[in-house]
Ligand binder design. Structure first.
Ligand code: ADP
Ligand code: MG
Ligand code: MG
Length: 889
């Protein structure tokens, strides 16, 4: 029989932190804290399977589950000495959502459940604070109407604003008991008017309504979007936690807050958080009042004159500090905590591993190794490879003067420039048009997520470091300045008004510095980040732990230098064709392609030779001591040809040909399906003189570089698009002949390798035969994906998104390797190739070489290296280490 409900409280719990699959992250960690003996209000958690049951059974709840819940509530009643629905000493409950992995703010929560016209009176009596009782009741009515009955919260806010103005109050906390009672009556009226049914007075009806609504919220649009963005399966469902309420809104000795055990932005080992006196739950995040700092140090640093928790409630603060230390050493990780202080007594309401910036993640991991909490492997495993992008973000050049037009909290680091937009929709539209934008909002809500994704950075004028904008931006790795109170957003006129009345319109350029919190007018020069300190330490550990080497795809000396500085250990792919597009080279190239015979081609190739030779000499010199793989000419020749009449006339003049004749030559080179046409090694077979020239350039450059650097250079020459061993034999014959010639001319011995790309299914299947001639394989997974699926990479965008939307495929196979199909071919080729040539070097050089999931696959298959674009080299180094750790190496 299923056990639907797990209880916790009074120093015991039926569940543990490891039960997050069933209990959700929130329920599991409440259970863990309760079992550690920490002060947690007693409660129960309904397992997440109940969520699927609810949706599969027309939004009903299983009877057995209901019975277990009622049993659990008896336990809560015993623990608290109160009764659910009791008209003298009522127990109030919170009904909370909690999925396996945290989805902050995406689903619903109901607080103060169990209040009605009768119990509110009792609550006023037992607390001796009628104002508190009515404040709690009006909160409950609003939340319940919103979450369970589907009435928008704005209706209530309008009423409250109106009444506040009438009573002459500015803050919610100023309303008296009688005034709240009056507001509550208006709330109940509006519900009945709008929905045609009264607000339910029966606590049992309230309870089942709230539990059902939390399950239903699993499928609300923002939760669905969030799951989609974070790859969370919809089958997981949410658990529901029902818990005794504790009250932070019970006067000036009560408070509620959120805290991180270390600074989530910098990683510094300091308690970091915000709280509000006389407030409940969501008030802190909602930005209704500006929260206060938890520690004195943080208060002083922020320049605030509003006292810290440390100052106003020293005992509760000390208790909290002790719990923070206890939880950090228990979980061996930085914690994100929610707490409430009820009349001086501290209660813990939530614990989870805290989200952090990449910089903070690095620092925390390195510090925790030094503190003996975790080891190097664990430190390396904790850094999300794709998040390294954040560190590779530019920062504002400190030497330039800044025109600061406003400032706020440095909520997520990095700097970005873009046009101002004021809505998420505009941000998305702009991104689709390829424009870079900064999303400017008063504050953000989960409805803005897609706009934040599309923006370069986010600026809000309200909210703290734990506001929605700040948390989400840090998670996404985009810069954010939050709560820029010195600035004002005028949505009607689409203007951002800064210090001294400086006004920027929609579309104006602004720069956001998420590291300092500054907002600058216009575009500002940026600096590349410094990759030292904690980053260097993590990378050093990663390099020690990984088995595969990491090379780069680099076509130019600039790429090669950048890649070396990011730690590349060689070039895995140098595409020689890119060298032919620049300046005068394209003309000579066109001359070669359009020549009528071999003699004409050779004349043009003679001119290209010194250019290629000097490119390769530079590349070998930059990469000295490291392997360099050069691929022979690969693309179909028409890519180099003039297209417009104007261009044709120009080239014809240069070649002393008539434009008409030239047009005929160009037309003759037209192919119906160039991706499957005259390209790759097929060119070298039709025109061996091209391969000859390239081989000569490579070997002469190797001689030059060896003489210059005094170190031998071992070029690896890669033949593209081989499907038959005989193709490779033919081209290799040309290369070997040129090698012998050059060595003889130079009087110098050069070792070199000739290998092939595996990018055709036939090559993969015949790998054992091809390996008789090939000294290495490099998996060209872009083409291999294209040829395996029979999907043209250049045309895929027309239908791949539809495929994804309709669930035909989960990932774009050009972004993340298709393990089952393309991956199987790689496995076959690796295994068959090594059967023939056991010491054969195997690598990958497609786009996937920088994709963490694909790198794990490469580790599995036992490849020797991955090669990726220069900026992804650090990501690949870290992913390769994580893959090796996971494989138990
Ligand atoms: P979320 O997942 O959106 O953070 P929570 O379930 O944590 O939702 O609840 C929202 C707010 O209500 C939080 O600030 C939390 O601290 C507060 N809260 C939840 N349960 C209780 C409770 N039993 N007593 C007091 N406050 C609570
Ligand atoms: Mg919470
Ligand atoms: Mg290719």
């Amino acid at each position: 029989m299923v056990k639907w409900v797990y209880t916790f409280g009074g120093g015991k719990a039926e569940g543990r932190a490891v039960d997050a699959d069933r209990l959700g992250g929130k329920g599991a960690n409440l259970a863990e804290m309760a079992s550690l003996g920490l002060p947690v209000p007693p409660g129960l958690t309904i397992i997440s399977d109940a969520c699927s049951w609810y949706h599969d059974h027309g939004r009903a709840l299983p009877d057995q589950m209901k019975a277990e819940v009622l049993q659990g509530i008896k336990g809560i009643e015993a623990e608290t000495g109160r009764g659910f629905g009791d008209s003298r000493n009522p127990l109030l409950l919170s009904v909370r959502s909690g999925a396996r992995s945290s989805m902050p703010g995406m689903m619903d929560t109901v607080l103060n459940l169990g209040l009605n016209d009768e119990t509110v009176q009792a609550l006023g009596h037992i607390s001796g604070d009628a104002r508190f009782a009515w404040d709690s009741y009006r909160r409950f009515i609003q939340m319940y109407a919103d979450v369970v009955m589907g009435l928008d919260h704005e209706v209530f806010e309008e009423i409250l604003d109106h009444e506040k103005a009438r009573f002459g109050h500015e803050l919610d906390t100023e309303l008296t008991a009688v005034e709240w009672q009056h507001v509550t009556a208006l709330y109940k009226d509006v519900i009945e008017q709008e929905l045609g049914e009264p607000f339910p007075q029966d606590p049992d009806v309230q309870l089942w309504g709230a539990i059902g609504a939390v399950f239903a919220s699993w499928n609300n649009p923002r939760a669905v979007t969030y799951r989609h963005l974070h790859n969370i399966p919809s089958a997981w469902g949410t658990a529901v936690t029902v818990q005794a309420m504790v009250f932070g809104n019970l006067g000036s000795s009560s408070a509620t807050g959120v805290a991180f055990t270390r600074n989530p932005s910098t990683g510094a080992k300091e308690l970091y958080g915000e709280f509000l006196v006389n407030a409940q739950g969501e008030d802190v995040v909602a930005g209704i009042r500006t929260p206060q700092s938890i520690t004195e140090a943080a208060r002083i640093e922020s320049g605030s004159d509003r006292p810290s928790l440390e100052k106003v409630m020293p005992e509760a603060f000390a208790a909290f500090q002790t719990i923070c230390e206890r939880l950090e050493s228990h979980y061996c990780d930085m914690q994100d905590l929610e707490f409430t202080i009820e009349r001086g007594k501290l209660w813990m309401l939530q614990a989870r591993a805290g989200k952090r910036t990449t910089r903070a993640a690095m620092k925390i991991a390195v510090d925790m190794v030094a503190e003996g909490l975790i080891d190097e492997k664990e430190a390396v495993s904790r850094i999300e490879p794709s998040s390294l992008d954040q560190l590779l973000h530019p920062t504002i050049d400190p030497r330039v003067s800044r025109e600061v037009i406003g400032s706020g909290l440095p909520a997520s680091p990095g700097a970005a420039t873009g046009e101002i937009v004021f809505t998420a929709e505009e941000a998305v539209e702009a991104e689709e048009e390829g424009r870079k934008v900064i999303l400017v909002r008063v504050e953000t809500s989960p409805e803005d997520i897609h706009g934040m994704h599309a923006a370069e950075a986010v600026l809000t004028t309200r909210g703290g470091m734990t506001s929605h904008a700040a948390v989400v931006a840090r998670g996404m790795g985009i810069p954010c300045v939050a709560g820029a109170g010195t600035m004002r957003v005028d949505l009607r006129s689409e203007k951002l008004i800064g210090i001294g009345g400086v006004t920027l319109k929609k579309g104006d350029i602004v720069t956001i510095d998420g590291s300092s919190g500054q907002v600058l007018k216009g575009a500002v020069p940026m600096l590349q980040p410094e990759l030292s300190g904690d980053f260097a330490q993590i990378m050093e550990w990663a390099d020690k732990l990984r088995r595969m080497t990491v090379r780069t795809n680099a076509d130019t000396p600039t790429d090669a230098r950048a890649a070396r500085s990011f730690g590349a250990e060689g070039i895995g792919l140098c595409r020689t064709e890119h060298m032919f597009f620049e300046g005068v080279r394209i003309h000579v190239m066109r001359e070669m392609i359009l020549a009528e015979d071999e003699k004409g081609r050779r004349a043009a190739l003679d001119k290209l030779l010194p250019m290629q030779r000097s490119d390769f000499t530079e590349l070998f010199t930059i990469m000295h001591g490291l392997p360099v793989t050069i691929r022979l000419l690969d693309p179909p020749l028409h890519e180099f040809l003039p297209k417009s009449d104007e261009e044709i006339a120009e080239v014809a003049a240069a070649m002393a040909m008539s434009p008409k004749m030239l047009r005929q030559r160009v037309d003759a080179l037209h192919e119906f399906n160039p991706m499957l046409g005259h390209r790759g090694c097929r060119l070298a077979i039709s025109y061996p003189e091209i391969a000859e020239m390239q081989a000569r350039a490579i070997f002469e450059a190797a001689v030059n570089a060896a003489r210059q650097t005094g170190e031998p250079v071992v070029p690896e020459i890669m033949v593209p698009l081989v499907g038959l061993r005989s193709e490779l034999d033919y081209v290799k014959g040309v290369i070997d002949r040129v090698a012998t010639e050059v060595m003889k001319e130079a009087g110098l011995e050069i070792s070199y390798l000739v290998g092939t790309m595996i990018e055709l299914p036939r090559a993969a299947i015949r790998a054992h035969i091809i390996a008789e001639a090939a000294e290495f394989f490099s998996f060209g997974t872009n083409d291999l994906t294209q040829t395996t699926f029979g999907i043209s990479r250049d045309d895929a965008s027309a239908f791949i998104p539809t495929y994804q939307k309709k669930g035909i495929i989960e990932h774009d196979p050009f972004v993340s390797l298709d393990f089952d199909g393309v991956g199987e071919l790689i496995r076959i080729a690796a295994e068959r190739g090594r059967r023939t040539r056991p010491d054969m070097k195997l690598g990958i050089c497609g786009e996937h070489g920088g994709d963490p999931a694909s790198i794990h696959f490469c580790e599995d298959v036992g490849l020797d290296y991955v090669s990726c674009s220069p900026f992804r080299v650090p990501i690949a180094r870290l992913s390769a280490a994580q893959a090796a750790i996971k494989a138990g190496r």
